[in-house]
Design a binder for this molecule. Structure first.
Ligand SMILES: Cc1cc2nc3c(=O)[nH]c(=O)nc-3n(C[C@H](O)[C@H](O)[C@H](O)COP(=O)(O)OP(=O)(O)OC[C@H]3O[C@@H](n4cnc5c(N)ncnc54)[C@H](O)[C@@H]3O)c2cc1C
Length: 197
């Protein structure tokens, strides 16, 4: 029988796990799947910036991340003795005046542990191989160790990384601006005392 859910989340990296936590908090039925048999153990994205940390705080994981990470109040790029770039995070508002250094595998483990505390497991290994739009939802085909399983969802969240299969690329065209700089760092403060920041 075809399993049914409201939301299928494809990918249990940071994006998929954070989406799952948000849906779990909101009481929305979902299934989160990942092609890999276990989470990756490499550091990859090693910094969480203040605005992201605030969002993760609303998902109940900021304290664990802060306890495990290293707070970096500033960031410098040097050329020998010369400082060529200095970014001061300590002026940021919102309770997180720092960048948090923490390897991605540890971030994922903290998010996954919180998800499990809330009663949700990641279905793995389960690789999405096909999506078919139907009148009653989206029918996903999942390959689980060579066996094909079907799952019908009202919505699909594509969090399967840069080689995403779940996002029809022609439906979401992306064109980089012609003058795109090679490095972006932004943070926005919205709220009282904005003029003093
Ligand atoms: C070697 C390396 C080094 C990096 N270093 C840095 C760094 O220093 N700083 C930085 O900011 N970022 C770095 N990144 C980038 C960072 O890892 C990504 O931005 C981040 O992982 C994106 O998170 P995500 O949740 O969108 O996707 P991912 O973390 O890529 O997660 C996608 C998940 O989807 C799963 N998946 C894929 N296809 C399917 C499918 N068909 N069915 C089911 N599941 C599927 C994958 O197994 C994976 O677990 C690095 C990446 C790599 C590969």
């Amino acid at each position: 029988m075809t399993e049914q859910t409201d939301v299928l989340i494809v990918g249990a990296g940071p994006a998929g796990l954070a989406t799952a936590l948000g849906l779990a908090q909101a009481g929305v039925a979902f299934r989160i799947v990942d092609a890999l048999p276990a989470a990756q153990n490499t550091s990859r994205a090693a910094v969480i910036h203040a605005a992201t940390l605030q969002t993760l705080g609303r998902l109940g994981v900021a304290d664990s991340l802060i306890a495990q990470g290293i707070k970096a109040p500033d960031f410098r790029v040097r050329d020998g003795d010369r400082v060529v770039l200095e970014v001061n995070f300590s002026v940021l508002g919102g309770g997180s005046p720092f960048a948090l250094m923490i390897p991605q595998d540890e971030t994922e483990a903290i998010l996954a542990a919180r998800l499990q505390e809330m009663g949700h497991d990641i279905l793995r290994p389960a690789r999405l191989t096909q999506l078919d739009q139907r009148a009653d939802g989206v029918l996903a085909t999942l390959d689980q160790l060579g066996e094909q399983h079907s799952l019908l969802a009202r919505f699909v969240v594509g969090a399967d990384g840069e080689k995403a299969l779940s996002v029809p690329k022609r439906a979401l065209p992306f064109r980089a601006p012609p003058t795109a700089p090679s490095c972006w760092l932004t943070s926005t403060w919205i709220g009282p005392s904005a003029s003093t920041r």
